[in-house]
Design a protein around this ligand. Structure first.
Ligand SMILES: Cc1cc2nc3c(=O)[nH]c(=O)nc-3n(C[C@H](O)[C@H](O)[C@H](O)COP(=O)(O)O)c2cc1C
Length: 215
């Protein structure tokens, strides 16, 4: 597949019918690590997770995180809902639609933890961490595009804060590294339509000339 075609057709895959094989995963990771990296540090590490119990545990953390996000969003929209949510959860659990989907995406796919080397520590500057994180995400994009070209799909599944820490512990990620994200790779259940320009943001409304703002 031509590179522009892969860029145009890549979509986040929400459900899989078949796990990417070890061989396919290795091929995609090799495409990933061709990415550029700040000072050529190549700060990426990958953990292939094929223990069903471990996958189930990570999926459950993602479920809990998404549920918490939904509650936080509801509270932000209307502080009065704190009491309502409390009352509701006492009676019946919240309708956990979005959270359930995020959890279900861990089925029928290869599950990989992508880690980055922390760029801070003695003698290091905070920007080194930013560069390492940026480099790892360039690697992830390579993986996603290569997967598209190979007829596979990728879902990024981010874990944050306490859920990120829990997964880092579960996977024995050492202190000088952190979990960038989980990625899942497999055969897409549905191939989503190509994204249309101008739906989320109108075309070129992000383009400026000489100055970001005129004044
Ligand atoms: C940094 C980052 C984090 C993301 N985290 C998640 C995630 O946790 N769960 C998920 O379903 N999708 C996640 N996505 C995918 C986005 O939701 C998706 O890219 C966006 O909705 C645009 O859709 P598309 O990728 O199909 O073009 C993430 C993407 C990025 C770049």
């Amino acid at each position: 597949m031509e590179v522009f075609e892969a860029i145009k057709t890549r979509r986040t895959i929400r459900a899989f019918t078949k796990k990417a094989t070890e061989e396919q995963v290795r091929r995609l990771l090799l495409a990933g690590v061709q990415a550029p990296s700040g000072s050529n540090v190549q700060p990426w590490e990958f953990i292939i997770i094929d223990e069903p119990k471990t996958i189930e545990q990570i999926a459950e953390y993602k479920y809990q995180q998404t549920l918490k996000m939904d509650i936080d969003e509801a509270i932000l929209k209307n502080p009065a809902t704190i009491e309502q949510i409390h009352q509701q959860t006492l009676k019946t659990p919240l309708s956990p639609n979005r959270a359930a989907k995020q959890k279900k995406a861990y089925q029928n796919c290869a599950v990989i933890a992508v880690c980055n080397k922390k760029g801070h520590g003695i003698g290091r500057k905070p920007w080194m961490n930013v560069e390492n994180i940026a480099s790892v995400w360039m690697c992830i994009q390579n993986i996603a595009l290569a997967a598209t070209a190979d007829g596979l799909g990728v879902q990024i599944s981010i874990l944050r804060e306490e859920h990120q820490i829990a997964v880092e512990k579960l996977l024995n990620i050492p202190d000088d590294h952190e979990l960038a994200t989980m990625i899942m790779i497999g055969v897409p259940e549905i191939i989503p339509k190509q994204r249309e320009f101008g739906t989320d943001r109108s075309e070129f409304n992000w383009l400026h000339r000489n100055r970001f703002r005129k004044d």
